[in-house]
Ligand binder design. Structure first.
Ligand code: G6P
Length: 586
């Protein structure tokens, strides 16, 4: 995963880079590092832990050029030695991605290695190529040729930003598979893993460009030049930044809480803007596909489970849902007229992108529901539906999940020519306002959770359990209510809390049966429902909406409960251990 940032800017480059890393921290936060030009000298500072540690170490520095990195370790532990930037004699690099052939390249390199990372090899290979290109006299040209040659030798995924000691007034960037965006300004230019990492400027002062695989960017304070892999100068189409809900300064203790509170606005914006994308085209075609497969990872996969429910209900058509990480390796059975629909908040998840590539090779049409308009997935799918949740930074997906559910509901409704339930943002607002931790305090110390539900409530159960695992580090399972008695029930005892989600009247009694069964085994029970089930035990009563879209509402108290559980237990819900938000490695 990892986040990378580079900038050429008068005096403030180091400060800008640290600010950029803070915004990229959702991509990894086990260590961070920076290289910046101070006078004639290139300073490199590294630090284990969060970006705030690095910030403190760097302090106030005057610099015109900097590159920086925040890490999510793949090869080698989070130590200072493994921390980026990585170096060779002349090259200083930061890298996001995985170099799959690093062992092979390492054995052919001429310098010694000091780290356990795959990334260090990039600096060493660049060096070797640079050494071998002495016939090129112009140093800029020699660097560009070294990059081009290096790209041909690397296998895997990379977004790299570098400084070469032989020409330290410029930074260079190149990529394959991992995202890289350039922002062009007046007398200042930037490059980073994410469009939201750049400093805010007055309207239109920054122009954004999304690099394609193989592209190289040469960046100075005055100019940016783009090249293709053969080093022909090229133009890249400008991309627009999505309108943003995100506000920097807020009164919430954590970003996750802020993002949950942004849900009503995110619903409103998604309802309004999703139709601007390929929504109509896709919804018109939907009925005609002979097969629909939904793919995604983590929370997006849970949204896919809801997608199956709503598309089957409204279109009377079989829909399958697959984890993208499994789909990409399974036997591909060719079927005429198939749609593979990927769901991905970031649009950068490696497994989801790979699943789409495979579906395309197999002749399927492809579509994406994503929250990031400039993401890789938008470039490879035939149809793109953009949710407008606004930037989501906390690792646990909250408002993006709600908007994915909404997108699927709107898509199914439109394809089936049904009117949608209109006042969803108001109902969501009410559900958030109604949430009371006071009523749930007794559950904050429990260490064993089971979330149960049937039909679309089982997707919510899985998502509720995942939230708690991710940010509160407690054991929790999400189960279709009927499955409990086929094994899991043996784990249920008086130390367990079973959270039953009941929003569909047709299976109300059936899920209540499961509630009785767990209560008979001594478990504590919490019911989450819009039906007043007084007498069945403690309940979080939800405001009412049309039943088919209740999963958008019922997940809200579960997100809030997980947040408070994490916070009350002294954890940081925004940055859970071992995880990162954008999983760009396989
Ligand atoms: C990571 C995140 C999850 C997210 C999943 C898929 O695991 O921590 O919150 O659901 O990736 O991400 P995507 O961007 O594809 O939705």
């Amino acid at each position: 995963m990892c986040g990378i940032y580079g900038c050429c800017q008068r005096a403030k480059a180091a400060k800008s880079a640290i600010g950029g890393l803070e915004k990229l921290e959702y991509r990894g936060y086990d260590s961070a590092g920076i290289a910046f030009l101070e006078g004639e000298k290139i300073e490199i500072i590294k630090s284990v832990g969060k970006v705030s540690n690095l910030k403190e170490k760097v302090g106030e520095r005057v610099s015109n050029l900097a590159i920086a990195h925040t890490r999510w370790a793949t090869h080698g532990k989070a130590t200072t030695l493994n921390c980026h930037p990585h170096t060779s004699k002349n090259f200083i690099i930061v890298h996001n991605g995985i170099i799959e052939n690093f062992k092979e390249l390492k054995s052919a390199a001429s310098e010694d290695f000091y780290s356990e990372t795959d990334s260090e090899v990039i600096a060493k290979v660049l060096e070797k190529n640079f050494e071998n290109l002495t016939e090129i006299k112009d140093v800029n040209e020699r660097i560009l040729n070294s990059i081009s040659k290096t790209q041909n030798q690397l296998v895997g995924s990379w977004a790299v930003i570098l400084i070469c000691r032989k020409n330290p007034s410029k930074i260079y960037a190149f990529k394959n598979k991992s995202p890289l965006i350039v922002a062009k300004g007046k007398g200042e230019n930037f490059v980073a893993s994410d469009i939201n990492a750049f400093e805010k400027r007055e309207k239109n002062l920054l122009k954004y460009y999304n690099l394609n695989n193989g592209n190289i960017a040469e960046i100075s304070r005055e100019n940016v030049y783009f090249y293709d892999e053969k080093l022909n100068k090229i133009g890249i189409k400008e991309i627009k930044k999505q309108c943003e809900i995100y506000q920097e300064n807020c009164n919430f203790k954590h970003k996750m809480l802020k993002e949950i509170n942004e849900i009503p606005e995110a619903i409103y914006s998604t309802k309004k803007y999703i139709k601007k994308s390929d929504f109509k085209k896709l919804s018109k075609k939907l009925k005609n596909y002979s097969k629909i497969t939904i793919v995604g990872c983590g929370t997006a996969y849970h949204a896919g489970l809801y997608g199956k429910f709503i598309l089957e209900k409204y279109l009377n058509k079989n829909v399958s849902v697959e984890l993208a990480s499994e789909f990409r390796y399974k036997t591909q059975i060719k079927e005429a007229n198939e749609l593979v629909l990927a769901i991905s908040q970031s649009g950068e998840t490696a497994d989801t992108l790979a699943a789409i590539e495979i579906a395309k090779k197999n002749g399927a049409e492809t579509a994406a529901i994503t929250n990031v308009c400039s993401s890789s997935i938008t470039r490879i799918c035939d149809y793109v539906l953009l949710t407008h949740a606004g930037a989501e930074v906390a690792v646990a997906a909250t408002k993006s999940y709600v908007c994915q559910i909404l997108a699927l509901y709107m898509l199914a409704s439109s394809a089936a020519e049904k009117r949608i339930f209109r006042s969803l943002e108001n109902v969501a607002h009410k559900a958030i306002l109604n949430f009371s931790l006071e009523n749930l305090k007794e559950f904050l110390g429990i260490k064993k959770f089971f979330f149960i539900g049937r039909l679309c409530d089982s997707a919510t159960a899985s998502e509720g359990a995942l939230k708690l695992k991710e940010i509160a580090y407690v054991h929790s399972e999400g189960y279709p209510a009927g499955e409990l008695k086929h094994g899991t029930l043996s784990l249920v005892d008086e130390n367990s809390l079973v959270i039953a989600i009941i929003t569909q009247s047709e299976i109300l009694d059936k899920t209540l049966n499961a509630v009785h069964e767990v209560r008979a085994r001594g478990a504590k029970v919490l019911i989450v429902s819009q039906f007043d089930l007084e007498g069945e035990g403690k309940e979080v009563l939800l405001p009412r909406a049309r039943e088919e879209i209740m999963p958008l509402i019922s997940v809200l108290p579960l997100q809030l409960f997980a947040y408070h559980y994490s916070d009350k237990n002294g954890l940081n819900p925004d940055m859970p251990r071992n995880l990162a938000k954008s999983v760009t490695v396989e």
